[in-house]
Design a protein around this ligand. Structure first.
Ligand code: IVH
Length: 667
């Protein structure tokens, strides 16, 4: 009895750890969060409380036992001299008072002052100055190691390049993108028919990872600093930290306050909460820091957080607006999803014009009608949702929404199985399904075919150039460049991307096929278990469920899918197109001739634009970084090289002319 209870707990803990690890990677490594910060914090809290109750189940690998995540790829990694810790969160004044009790307990009721700062929703960074000069900038990464983004951070105009202090100085702060710049970037993306950034934080993260510093400079990134370490000098408080930063010429946030009690902190929180709407950058709460350095030291830290600081998050952002219409979208599995089109409303700096309604039941449950005034919520990075209808604002002119019984695109019958919430289009060759399947197939986490976005997919389908997914592998340059907005250069780039995708590996391919219930993680588990598509195709439900993490629902869906004539046809087509379905071969082979080789580029190349060269190197398994280090394998030198050439000579890095590079890749 007791042991079966413990087995249940172990299972729960294992599931939570897996979910957290998955979402941490999405958030910290991929900058592609799948759930809101609040939902994520709830997962962590659940795990922490289970581990507290059953300490015998804590393992060193648990996400609660480490500081963060792996650094990004593409920039040399650097170890932080002092780890960059994260912050514990609280969501109400009760939890904040609990923080105060913990502080007071350790400090035996000493007098405590707190510094309150805004919590800027951006990217943590550490910047090093040597001999008064800007020397290096590193991302937070996993808190222990981060990426060297020196050349990119140097483009931030508010960050001084020299400071009046000769001792070694490290400053830490938050890089962010003001709303205005964020909107300008998205406007440009929209014009170019590229996928828009979901919010300023993602846009800042995307910008700081661009490989070309000149592009970064155009993005108008900004930075607020909040911590300073000066060699052989200890400052005696956080308040003094802020003052010294300001004195040395750093940008600090003007809203910081020194408070004498937790009650004062709470009233500052309320003031900042309303102030937040007037700011031209995104903040997600306040940070409360015990002011005195000796008290901070006495309080110490856990493996992840300082015990002397906490963040107090602002509530999810809400606003009211009107439902103009309800439209039904068709997904790649044929699922019909209703979406509310809203009168555009600005919620903390972001214009919201659509909200998901999930399914027919949700519309009924909330009694949402066209014309209704509704309360909309933006929480973190997820699609906005309608919280409730303000029924007192009804005029009688609102219209109930009739959920369609046929597909709005191909007009085939829609079918909703008993007990399920979602109705689906029953036509296997519905053009909307094909469009969504192709978009999913090409998406970043699947085959990663950059440039194959919505408008191009629409053109490919309507022109008849693509009738099924494998057709993209037979596209010809002149066919592509005949399409609207597709010059020779963009069709060449796209073809390179398509060619590259042939080598992307079994896990991505399984995910790209869009089998119901097979997400990215499951696809990679299947790839590493079966090692080939033929073995997966033949797998029985029993064999599938014997794999840890594969449940009966997933297994059933896989077996079912591989029996469907359309799926069999898709597989055959992809094989004919020369895609590799073998797991082992992913790691070797001629296409990987630059595997693990790191390149830095300098000067103008004759045969390639910078982007083309990067794409070629990456498609052959290599990496391109922006700055030289001892880890760089090759410096590729074009016409009028910069200072990198002399640095490479100093470091002894192999130097390649364009001609040598061409002969290397054509080997
Ligand atoms: S202090 C040991 N102050 O929030 C103290 N962090 O969720 C660590 N952040 O990693 C950080 N504004 O990137 C601090 N005023 C502020 C902040 C701030 C934003 C970020 C920072 C940190 C994250 C933790």
């Amino acid at each position: 009895m007791v042991s079966s209870h413990l087995t249940q707990i172990k299972k729960k803990i294992r599931k939570l750890r897996e979910d957290i690890t998955y979402h941490e990677k999405k958030y910290y490594v991929d900058n592609d969060p799948q759930i809101s910060d609040y939902e994520f914090d709830q997962l962590i809290k659940k795990l922490q409380s289970l581990e507290k109750k059953y300490p015998q189940l804590i393992t060193p690998e648990s996400p609660t036992q480490r500081v963060g995540e792996e650094p990004l790829e593409g920039f040399p990694s650097v170890t932080h001299r002092v780890p960059m810790l994260s912050l514990d969160n609280c969501y109400n004044s009760g939890e904040l008072r609990e923080f105060e009790s913990r502080v007071k307990k350790v400090l035996s009721d000493e007098d405590v002052k707190y510094v309150v700062e805004l919590k800027i929703d951006g990217l943590g960074v550490s910047v090093l100055y040597r001999n008064g000069n800007f020397y290096q900038a590193v991302t937070r990464g996993d808190g222990i190691r981060g990426d060297d983004i020196t050349s990119n951070v140097k483009t931030i105009k508010s960050l001084p390049l020299t400071i009046p202090e000769k001792k070694e100085v490290e400053v830490r702060g938050e890089i962010f993108l003001p709303f205005q710049s964020f909107e300008a970037i998205n406007r440009l993306k929209k014009q170019n028919k590229e996928t828009l950034f979901a919010n300023p934080r993602n846009a800042a993260a995307g910008s700081i990872r661009l490989l070309d510093p000149r592009e970064v400079a155009k993005r108008n990134l900004d930075i607020f600093l909040y911590t300073i370490f000066i060699e052989q000098k200890e400052l005696d408080s956080q308040w003094q930290n802020l003052k010294v930063l300001k004195k040395l010429g750093f940008k600090t946030n003007p809203f910081s306050r020194l408070c004498s009690s937790i009650e004062e902190v709470i009233s500052v929180y309320e003031r900042f909460r309303s102030e937040r709407e007037n700011l031209d950058y995104d903040v997600d709460g306040i940070v409360i820091k015990v002011n005195a350095t000796y008290q901070q030291k006495h309080l110490g830290k856990t493996s992840k957080f300082p015990r002397w600081a906490i963040s107090f998050k602002f509530p999810a952002r809400q606003g009211t607006t009107q439902v103009k219409n309800i439209r039904v979208q068709v997904g790649r599995t044929g699922a019909l999803t209703p979406v509310a089109e809203l009168k555009p409303v600005k919620i903390s700096g972001i214009t919201i014009s659509r909200a998901t309604l999930h399914n027919e039941e949700e519309i009924k449950r909330k009694d949402i009608r066209i014309g209704d005034t509704v309360l909309v919520e933006r929480s973190g990075d997820v699609i906005p949702k309608i919280v409730s209808v303000m029924k007192e604002k009804r005029t009688g002119k609102e219209k109930k929404f009739e959920f369609p019984s046929t597909c709005p695109v191909c007009h085939a019958a829609a079918f909703r199985p008993e007990g399920e919430a979602v109705s689906r289009c029953t036509n296997p060759s519905c053009p909307a399904k094909l469009k969504q399947s192709l978009l999913h197939f090409a998406s970043r986490r699947a085959m990663n075919i950059e440039g194959l976005g919505e408008s191009l997919v629409e053109q490919l389908l309507s022109s008849g150039l693509v009738k099924e997914i494998p057709d993209i592998y037979f596209l010809k340059p002149d066919e592509l460049s005949s399409l609207e907005r597709m010059g020779d250069k963009s069709s060449k780039n796209l073809l390179q991307e398509i060619i590259k995708s042939r080598q992307c590996g079994l896990g991505r391919l399984i995910f790209a096929m869009g089998i119901r219930h097979v997400g990215e993680r499951t696809a990679h588990i299947l790839a590493s278990h079966f090692k080939s598509i033929d073995r997966l195709e033949k797998a029985s439900k029993e064999e599938l469920t014997s794999i840890p993490d594969i449940g009966p629902k997933v297994a059933e869906s896989i077996v079912f899918t591989f029996k469907q004539p359309e799926h069999i046809k898709l597989l055959r087509g992809l094989k004919q197109a020369g895609l590799r379905f073998d797991y082992k071969k992913e790691k070797t082979g001629a296409h990987n001739i630059l595997k693990e080789k790191t390149f830095v580029l300098t000067g103008a190349l004759e045969n390639f634009s910078r982007e083309e060269a990067i794409r070629v190197i990456e498609s052959l398994g290599g990496k391109v970084t922006s700055s030289l280090s001892s880890k760089t394998d090759y410096l590729l030198v074009g016409e009028s090289p910069g200072s990198k050439l002399s640095k490479a000579k100093e470091l002894g890095t192999s130097i390649l002319s364009e001609e040598e590079f061409l002969s290397l890749i054509n080997k």
